[in-house]
Write a protein that binds this ligand. Structure first.
Ligand code: CA
Length: 223
């Protein structure tokens, strides 16, 4: 499965250069020139790498970095025309994995991307419950050693439940995180996908061991 990269850059020439470069390395690429949209995309989608410019039209890149670090460990490489030491220190202190100054060479950027992804992979552990194992980097799920084929929605729901294991998630919390704000009040979406997810991960979906229903409220993941 291709890694997903998000390029946040308001200089369209640089944006297009980065897009072509990453696509040549088999990344699936999304681009935006807006810091606000970057945060929304990170909320709603799986992203494996962010290239972030600091001088954006709507939000300063430093602020985008601080905000996204409140909830995601996705590798972020800052690419900026700001070469001052203080800008670099601030970005790295705010959680950037690396900082590269424009102009930069394609080879150096790709080497830094590889390093950031390696470092991130080393820090992410395989998740496990019962006989199910999840590798969040490869998005590979094994049950009793056999690969399980989850849809993107099922996968997103499972990871959300695992992240909040032990706590109840309401239908609306799940809808907001997995589908987005506009789907609130549609619990039937959750029910349908929860049923197919249980079919895949539970030994006995009728009496689930892991995904418990909290009647009238939502769901709770239990190890
Ligand atoms: Ca810029």
């Amino acid at each position: 499965m291709n890694l997903q990269a998000l390029i946040v850059e308001d200089d369209l020439a640089v944006q297009s250069f980065l897009q072509t470069l990453l696509q040549s390395q088999n990344f699936t690429v999304q681009t935006t020139s807006s810091g606000q949209q970057c945060l929304q995309l990170l909320c709603n989608q799986n992203v494996d790498l962010v290239l972030l410019d600091l001088g954006l039209a709507d939000l300063d890149g430093q602020l985008v970095l601080q905000q996204l670090r409140q909830w995601t460990a996705v590798p972020v490489i800052v690419i900026s025309a700001r070469g001052k030491e203080q800008d670099k220190i601030q970005a790295l202190d705010s959680g950037a994995n690396d900082y590269i100054t424009k102009p930069f060479s394609a080879g150096e950027l790709l080497a830094r991307i590889r390093a950031a992804l390696r470092q991130h992979q080393g820090s992410v552990q395989t998740l496990q419950f019962g006989d199910v194992e999840i590798d969040p980097i490869q998005r590979l799920i094994l049950k009793n050693g056999t690969p399980l084929h989850l849809t993107k929605t099922e996968y997103d729901i499972l990871l959300l439940l695992l992240k909040h294991a032990g706590s109840v998630l309401t239908h609306n919390q799940i809808l907001r995180q997995v589908w987005g704000e506009m789907y609130q009040g549609r619990p039937e979406y959750v029910r349908v996908h929860m049923a197919t997810l249980r079919q895949k991960i539970e030994d006995n979906p009728a009496t689930p061991q892991f995904i418990k229903t909290e009647a009238g409220v939502g769901y709770r993941f239990s190890h």
